[in-house]
Ligand binder design. Structure first.
Ligand SMILES: *[C@@H]1O[C@H](CO)[C@@H](O)[C@H](O)[C@H]1NC(C)=O
Length: 295
């Protein structure tokens, strides 16, 4: 993975091409009312949501920033769209009590930043306690993510981003922490390839906490990752539940708003669309680039 670590001229070109491409798909989607902007939510417990969960019981409190909105839907475990309500992951991460996560605060905030974005479809996929190796291509979690993403677009809509908050379980051994960068870059590349969205925006969260003592090592990996259209928001310093591992409800609201701010389309929505020929050229270019580096 050496070639991905330093921005070369080629990669910078790729980056600027990508921005143009994303903008063009946004505007096309907005022109066609009823097309959903779909976001995949994956990772472990802090993405699934443990805000307000104490002793494996949720207190039931939903802050105003996370309240339901007619323009925000969620894909249930049995693949039906329904009004999104907390806890978003209740039927996905069902072995534990789920509470408030970042998803609804993200979507409400995105609607405020970009009221033209239309209906937002959230696709919860996160499962507590999972390490990056369990998310590798071919595994159950990976397959479920792909299946749910595929089902999500069936009724119309576009996958606009992956929100990823994971890594707490990779802080226990030095070896896992040291392999984290390589493993997560591989995971991101595979998701983009298999969804045929080579520049899919990914917003990941740098850890606020961890299950082991190598939190700083994993954070270093996250903050030092350089991939096209990958952005990293830093959760360090956000308030934690008494378990020292899980973000509180107010922290999840802040995180959701940070994720919305980091979403690239929000800042470029006024840029004019480029021609579809340019996007096709761009896609071929990106595909060839990934073929070249061996994915
Ligand atoms: C990841 O978690 C699984 C299930 O708990 C475990 O079997 C596996 O050893 C872990 N992998 C790594 C590389 O830590």
């Amino acid at each position: 993975m050496q070639p991905l670590q330093y921005p070369t001229t080629t990669m910078l070109m790729l980056f600027f091409y990508s921005c143009l491409c994303i903008t063009s798909t946004t505007n096309l989607a907005n022109a066609d009312a009823g097309i959903k902007s779909i976001f995949l939510l994956a990772g472990q417990s802090n993405m699934a949501g443990r805000g307000g969960v104490i002793n494996d019981k949720w207190d039931g409190y939903v802050p105003p920033q996370s309240s339901p909105n007619p323009a925000i839907l969620r894909l249930s475990a049995d693949l039906n769209w329904q009004p999104a309500t907390e806890p978003l992951h209740r039927d996905i991460d069902y072995f534990r009590a789920c509470g408030v996560g970042p998803g609804l605060a993200f979507a409400n905030s995105l609607l405020q930043i970009d009221p033209n974005i239309g209906v937002i479809g959230l696709v919860p996929c996160a499962v507590g306690g999972t390490n990056i190796s369990q998310w590798a291509r071919g595994g159950h979690l990976y397959n479920q993510l792909l299946q749910r993403a595929t089902a999500a677009v069936e009724g119309g809509g576009t996958v606009k981003g992956l929100l990823w908050y994971q890594g707490e379980s990779d802080t226990v051994t030095r070896e896992d922490a040291e392999s984290y960068k390589r493993r997560s870059e591989r995971f991101f590349d595979h998701v983009r390839l298999d969804l045929q969205l080579p520049t899919l925006p990914i917003i990941q969260v740098a850890l606020a906490s961890g299950a082991g003592s190598y939190v700083e090592k994993v954070r270093e990996a996250q903050l030092g990752m350089w991939l096209v259209n990958l952005r990293t928001v830093d959760a360090k310093g956000l308030g934690l539940e008494p378990d020292g591992l899980h973000l509180t409800t107010p922290s999840q609201v802040i995180l959701g708003e940070m994720l919305a701010q980091a979403f690239p389309q929000a800042h470029h929505s006024s840029v004019r669309a480029v021609t579809s020929k340019a996007s096709r050229m761009h896609r071929n270019f990106v595909t060839q680039f990934f073929d070249y580096i061996g994915f």
